[in-house]
Design a protein around this ligand. Structure first.
Ligand SMILES: [Ca+2]
Length: 302
């Protein structure tokens, strides 16, 4: 166990440059505290990654960045964003592939006409996709873009998450911000979160994977859930029994338990197989890993 910092309440809050707009209607920005809830600086890791062999893997995708388990009208399917080329190039090449949960490519051109799509979230029959500097809304039934929401100052929009009311959040990893779409209007929800990437809505909290840290933003405060990822965190998924799965693009997958301790499940940095924005289905306990530069998706039963 290394450095341990525990703070709490007004006296223990850490002053910081983090800012939040938690009242979007007033466009209100105010500083807030970072609460370091756990002592996690250097948790012991399992010595041997234990993910085992994949149940299946698909190759031939086009820079797959994110996998989303989609409860479609035809049953559960996988949406896979394909950057197709450079991650920051508005090249008109990119889209969403449709896969079965058993690894069949049902339609690699399910959605086309994007640039470098990354994280996704579904609200009703609308798919929201982060596409470099804009949040794109797509009607999944018509398979067509229905709206584009340019984000002012955006550089690298990355992950998307939505709450039960249809509020949509999108992170920008380069600017360290999280933006929010409410009633068709985009505004900045949080700023000063370096490497903000994976997003997850849990009740009235927003979980953010950023750099070596997993945060929970709740009631105006940003607290540390876990810290110590060896590479920059990318995707985050909730586990049914509590805790999370967190991937790091460079090739790491961690389990984060309810107390914030990390267990390394996979390290594929040496063969240079990326683990980008993962998908997870708690009903089948299946983890889906987009391998990015390796152009595949792998499925594991945990
Ligand atoms: Ca592209």
């Amino acid at each position: 166990m290394g450095e341990c910092i525990t703070t709490g309440g007004a006296a223990g809050g850490v002053s910081s440059g983090y800012t939040v707009s938690n009242d979007q209607r007033k466009n209100f920005m105010k500083p807030f505290k970072i609460i370091l809830a756990f002592c996690l600086a250097s948790q012991a890791l399992a010595e041997t990654p234990s993910l085992g062999a994949p149940e299946w893997q698909v190759e031939g995708l086009r820079t797959p960045e994110s996998v989303l388990v989609w409860q479609s009208p035809e049953g559960k399917q996988l949406l896979v964003s394909e950057i197709e080329g450079d991650s920051t190039a508005a090249d008109g090449q990119g889209g969403i592939a449709l896969l079965s949960t058993e690894g069949d490519i049902k339609d690699q051109n399910f959605i086309r006409g994007l640039n470098a799509p990354k994280g996704m979230a579904v609200v009703g029959s609308t798919l929201y996709v982060a596409d470099i500097t804009e949040l794109v809304a797509i009607d999944l039934a018509a398979r067509k873009r229905i709206a584009s929401y340019p984000v002012e100052g955006a550089v690298f929009l990355n992950d998307v998450a939505a709450d039960a009311e249809g509020t949509v959040y999108v992170s920008d990893t380069r600017t360290g911000r999280v933006h929010v779409l409410v009633d068709g209007v985009i505004s900045t929800f949080l700023s000063g979160v370096p490497n903000a990437n994976g997003l997850l809505v849990e009740g009235d909290s927003l979980v953010i994977a950023a750099g070596d840290t997993l945060y929970r933003f709740h009631d105006g405060e940003l607290e540390v859930i876990a810290k110590g990822f060896a590479e920059k965190a990318d995707g985050v998924e909730p586990l049914a029994e509590g805790g999370y799965l967190v991937s790091c693009w460079a090739g790491l997958v961690y389990r984060v338990d309810g107390a914030g301790a990390l267990t390394l499940l996979r390290d594929s940095r040496e063969p240079q197989v990326n683990t980008a924005d993962i998908g997870y289905d708690p009903a089948t306990n299946r983890l889906y890993i987009p391998t990015f530069l390796s152009n595949g998706v792998q499925a594991y039963r945990l």
